[in-house]
Design a protein around this ligand. Structure first.
Ligand code: C2E
Ligand code: MG
Ligand code: MG
Ligand code: MG
Length: 279
């Protein structure tokens, strides 16, 4: 009986979907995208764990609303998906990220910029064509752009996801499975996807030293990634202990508050100039 009731509980929760705040925010998000004043990217460094050299940065979107202040992506990204404007947002973020990376390459020529994209993007027939235009217009090498897609997003529509990833791969743009280990996808399906990297979710990394279970899961994901010939990155590194544990397990790259919080471009450029002295 409980399993039959579940959808109704979810449905009544989702009445909030069309609450006034949500509807107002959807309209304002469209305007913010159009005016390009309230949206900006922050950058969180990713380092190579073996020698702590900078590998790249993840670009994370921020919306500074003129009345409500900073709105979290966990609130406005689902709104953008509802409103059908997520692909316009993704393309804006990619274009912006390519520009920032071009600047960063002045001092760090091999710097890789990662961008989060959404399930809907992979289902849009035009997405790859528009991505192609953007990377062709950027002087930075295509392999210095990486697109992160969550495991659950891939499962939304596995056929479309697979095709789009194969085309992105042809372009030379890199791809990563974000929040790896948190979905319900089968390993046999995931292992067939044409991606370059597995990104270990922060829920396993945050208490990797305190919880044997999380250590074991992380170890298993890293073995899988090595066996599949994929690179690996961990998010949510909050202390030195997590950093060295992951390094010793063979994880290639890492990001987290211990290394740095997400930073504005000027702060990030400054961080790049001094980071080895800090970690
Ligand atoms: P994500 O891609 O898994 O990004 C990692 C999130 O973890 C970021 O939150 C980051 O600030 C946070 N984080 C980083 N290091 C640490 C740490 O050491 N400890 C803890 N507790 N958290 C850490 P943020 O920026 O709030 O983003 C949340 C999610 O929103 C992202 O998760 C991503 O799924 C989505 N998102 C952000 N920007 C974009 C975007 O441009 N497009 C799309 N489609 N989604 C985005
Ligand atoms: Mg991500
Ligand atoms: Mg290019
Ligand atoms: Mg994640």
């Amino acid at each position: 009986a409980t399993s039959k009731q579940l959808p109704y509980i979810l449905y009544s929760d989702e009445k909030n979907l069309f609450s006034e705040r949500r509807l107002a925010l959807m309209g304002e998000l469209k305007k913010a995208l159009h005016n390009q004043t309230e949206l900006h990217l922050v950058l969180q460094p990713q380092i190579r764990l073996s020698d702590k050299q900078v590998h790249g940065a993840e670009a994370l979107l921020r919306w500074r609303h003129k009345e409500h202040g900073l709105i979290a992506p966990s609130e406005f990204i689902p709104l953008a998906e509802e409103a059908g404007i997520i692909t316009d947002i993704s393309l804006w973020v990619i274009e912006e990220a390519l520009q920032l990376n071009h600047l960063i390459c002045n001092t760090n020529p091999d710097h890789v910029i990662s961008v989060n994209i959404s399930a809907q993007d992979l289902e849009q027939p035009n997405f790859v064509a528009k991505l192609t235009q953007l990377v062709n217009n950027s002087p930075v090498a295509n392999h210095q752009l990486l697109l992160e897609v969550t495991e659950s997003a891939m499962m939304n529509n596995p056929g479309d996801a697979h095709l789009a990833l194969a085309q992105i791969n042809q372009l030379g743009v890199k791809t990563s499975i974000d929040d790896f280990g948190t979905g319900y996808s089968s390993l046999s399906y995931l292992s067939l996807l044409p991606v370059n990297e597995l990104k270990i979710d922060k829920r396993f990394v945050l208490d990797i030293s305190a919880k044997t279970q999380n250590y074991t899961i992380t170890e298993t994901i890293l073995n899988l990634s090595q066996n599949l010939g994929l690179q690996s990155v961990a998010e949510g590194i909050e202390d030195a202990d997590a950093l060295y544990t992951l390094r010793d397990l063979g994880c290639d790259y890492g990001q987290g508050y211990y290394i740095s919080k997400p930073l504005s471009l000027p702060d990030y450029l400054n961080w790049l100039a001094n980071h080895l002295a800090r970690i």
